[in-house]
Design a binder for this molecule. Structure first.
Ligand code: HEC
Ligand code: HEC
Ligand code: HEC
Length: 193
């Protein structure tokens, strides 16, 4: 299968970058590597969770998160403050007031992030990955105005900085699918979990 753009091959296989000719000889096909400042501005990196002890205290193992559906109501309610703080969202940004079980768009996305990311991935060093590992207490993370820098940042943080628990190699396809779908929550997770 041939990706459409040669720069994408180069991007997705960062190991080739070191041996690649400098951009001056092939500027048309190989973009200049964005500066560290641009990469840092595109999105935050990944880090250890501040909520591991809080989850453990409520009987939830951060290294082996169960499916949300397997948690009883009391446990769900007990871990909600951690989830809420981790992503910087108040209860009412995900829930209809006075009807916590009611489905909402933000609950659907949060449940997808739990199932596809928090349950299945770890930090590259093996430490548990929880919502704050990526969100750092913020709801919005990505600056899509500088896509070349965002691509590099995604590679450093979410591809190289994260491992899959199933042991398979972690790359863009883990989250974006085989045919690179940019809109993960809208297209890949629609209707799931
Ligand atoms: C980022 C989204 C998000 C935020 C913020 C959030 N929740 Fe939740 N909440 C969920 C999801 C996802 C579930 C999982 C089960 C479900 O679908 O009801 C859930 C489940 C619950 C449940 C159990 C509902 C049931 O089905 O019985 C309660 C109670 C609850 N949350 C309370 C809270 C409270 C209180 C806060 C604020 C401290 C909060 N939640 C913040 C997403 C969120
Ligand atoms: C691998 C990194 C990663 C992990 C882990 C992760 N998220 Fe996310 N999440 C993202 C990214 C990236 C976005 C898109 C942010 C943007 O558009 O700026 C996002 C978006 C969201 C949104 C939608 C926000 C909006 O306004 O559209 C919600 C809700 C959310 N995440 C909840 C969670 C919850 C709850 C957890 C933990 C169960 C979690 N996330 C774990 C990376 C992650
Ligand atoms: C651990 C999961 C994960 C991995 C691995 C990952 N991404 Fe992402 N990426 C996300 C999430 C989550 C979003 C936000 C998706 C959304 O808003 O629907 C996102 C969004 C993006 C966007 C912005 C899309 C847009 O137009 O809004 C780009 C570009 C991107 N990723 C590139 C990459 C590249 C290139 C790789 C591989 C080097 C990669 N990503 C690996 C989780 C990941």
């Amino acid at each position: 299968m041939r990706p459409r753009f040669s720069w994408l091959v180069w991007l997705v296989l960062p190991s080739c970058a070191a041996s690649a000719p400098r951009p001056s000889s092939s500027a048309a096909t190989r973009p200049v590597v964005p500066s560290p400042e641009r990469i840092a501005a595109a999105m935050p990196g990944v880090g250890p969770s501040a909520f591991a002890a809080e989850l453990t205290a409520h009987g939830v193992d951060p290294a082996n998160l169960p499916p949300l559906a397997a948690l009883d109501k009391a446990t769900l309610k007990a871990i909600m403050p951690s989830l809420s703080k981790a992503v910087g969202m108040g209860c009412s940004e995900c829930h209809v007031q006075h009807d916590y079980p009611a489905p909402t768009e933000m609950k659907r996305i949060a449940a997808g992030m739990w199932e596809h990311f928090a349950q299945k991935l770890t930090l590259a060093g093996g430490a548990p990955l929880y919502c704050d590992s990526c969100h750092h207490g913020q709801r919005k993370l990505l600056s899509r105005a500088d896509l070349p820098a965002l691509n590099f940042a995604m590679d450093q943080a979410y591809a190289q900085g994260i491992h899959r628990k199933d042991g398979a190699e972690n790359d863009c396809s883990t989250c974006h699918g085989k045919h690179f779908e940019p809109h993960i929550e809208d297209k890949l997770w629609r209707g799931q979990p």
